[in-house]
Design a binder for this molecule. Structure first.
Ligand SMILES: *Cc1c(COP(=O)(O)O)cnc(C)c1O
Length: 472
């Protein structure tokens, strides 16, 4: 009791703390309110320590000694941006929770210029009058995909919404039951349909839909034959679906537009690089699909966007829809997308310069070399940790190529002193969070999605995490 009172009395007052040199210094770059809040929280926390007597007198005294450092650390945490860089050690390339596709620094520099200066976003420089923000990218999208016209909106979910709202409001849309998918927990075909005002007519069964299912369902009110790429799952076994060619033929016969939501929007044939074949946007256009929509930040490797390509008369109608104004893209998106699409004019350049494509096609040997470098760095700087380089598989993610298992190299880490879960959590709460995977009681860092420039941070993070684990 006596001890407690002495400790309580030794706690400095707020005013005293404010006069400490380090705190005065911190007040130059941290708002006063936040410093004050941190002071109160730290004092309160030490009080609790004293009250509960779970911590030794000596360590409480030490905490009081260093109270200014603790307060500044706490205040710094409070002013750190909430959205920040993480290191993706999961090996999932298009990780929706971790921001999907990365945009290269070179391209972002141009985006910074557009965003921090005035631009001709909606200004026709030749005519000296109002122009269209979409004009900057329509030509290049058409050139790459072979489509007559194009429109870019906020994301693919809004693209599908706009398409249906324009072509199918209060009318029927025929979709196969096997394609009534949910993607990413928030994009559900039946619900998007309802929002857009289209009436869903589902045909066939979960595993089989035949051409005659569509034929039978076509009526006076049919406005669209919709095909949805079942991006994130596959039904295997006794299955049948109607090919896009057959659907286009039927649509042409009956004068009904065929719309395809292909989800990922691949613009190059990935089977050339040892991956499974995934239908490209160009193929859909070639096969006569009237309207195709896809995401900008999945396999395309660009910013968040929804791209609509296809017949000019239909796209013109969409451009006139009021909804287009509500889901329009920002100048930064347009700037990034234009430059990324330009890379696609030369496929080798696209593979080299677009991070998503580079990570997807990087050779196993190259990943192995990276793994060895990181392994050596860790071994050199960290002891009492078991680290091995092992074979594993990466995933594409983003609801793309769901069954694809791409061979990779991972660092497999564990310690005898603490659990792998604790290590995973500690790395995740590091200054630069490091996101990893756990498999069979080992912590895995997949080198496919980790860049060499981040190796030092990873080593630092591991050292910090181990200390953290030991102090728990
Ligand atoms: C991912 C996906 C969407 C949603 O696209 P966002 O760009 O995330 O809005 C829609 N349809 C399909 C088939 C998809 O794969």
């Amino acid at each position: 009791m006596e001890n407690k009172n002495i400790l309580f009395r030794s706690l400095p007052k707020v005013d005293e703390i404010l006069q400490k040199e380090k705190i005065e210094e911190a007040l130059n770059y941290i708002p006063r309110d936040i410093v004050l809040e941190s002071i109160r929280e730290v004092i309160e926390d030490i009080r609790k320590n004293i009250q509960s007597s779970t911590i030794t007198k000596a360590s409480i005294e030490e905490r009081i000694q260093r109270i200014d450092y603790e307060i500044i650390e706490k205040a710094k945490m409070k002013i750190q941006p909430k959205l920040r860089k993480v290191i993706n050690g999961t090996g999932t390339i298009i990780h929706t929770n971790l921001g999907r596709s990365l945009i290269s620094r070179e391209i972002m520099e141009r985006v910074v210029e557009i965003a921090s200066e005035y631009s001709n976003l909606e200004y026709d420089l030749e005519e000296g009058r109002r122009g269209s923000r979409y004009s900057h990218i329509e030509d290049i999208i058409c050139r790459i995909t072979g489509a007559e016209a194009a429109l870019v909106v906020n994301n693919n979910a809004s693209a599908v919404m706009l398409i249906l709202s324009t072509l199918a409001k209060n009318k029927e849309v025929i979709v196969s039951r096997g394609e009534l998918v949910e993607i990413g927990g928030s994009f559900r075909v039946p619900e998007v349909m309802e929002q857009s005002g289209g009436k869903l007519v589902d045909v066939g069964t979960t595993n089989k839909t035949h051409l005659w299912d569509y034929e039978k369902a076509i009526g006076e009110d049919t406005s669209v034959l919709l095909k949805v790429h079942t991006s994130n799952y596959r039904i295997v076994g006794f299955t049948e679906s109607v090919s896009i060619e057959e659907l286009v033929k039927l649509g042409n016969q009956r004068g009904i537009p065929v719309v395809e939501d292909i989800g990922s929007g691949v613009l190059i044939d990935l089977s050339k690089y040892g991956l499974s074949y995934e239908p490209t946007v160009q193929e859909s256009i070639n096969r006569g699909v009237d309207i195709v929509s896809f995401s900008g930040d999945k396999l395309l490797g660009g910013p968040q966007a929804g791209i609509i390509v296809g017949k000019k008369d239909l796209i013109d109608k969409m451009k006139r829809n009021q909804l287009t104004r509500a889901i329009r893209v920002d100048k930064m998106t347009i700037a990034a997308l234009e430059l990324i699409l330009r890379e696609y004019l030369d496929e080798d350049k696209a593979i080299r310069n677009i991070p998503t494509l580079r990570m997807l096609t990087i050779q196993l040997e190259e990943i192995g070399i990276k793994a060895e470098k990181l392994y050596n760095l860790i071994i050199k700087n960290v002891d009492k940790l078991s680290v091995e380089i092992v074979d594993d598989f990466s995933q594409v993610g983003g609801g793309s190529l769901p069954l694809e298992q791409i061979p990779t190299k991972v660092l497999s880490i564990k310690s005898e002193d603490f659990s792998v879960n604790l290590l995973e959590e500690s790395l995740r709460t590091f200054r630069t969070p490091i996101i990893t995977r756990i498999n069979n009681n080992n912590l895995l860092i997949d080198l496919r999605t980790v860049e060499e420039k981040d190796f030092d941070i990873i080593v630092e993070g591991i050292i910090w995490a181990i200390n953290n684990c030991r102090s728990v």
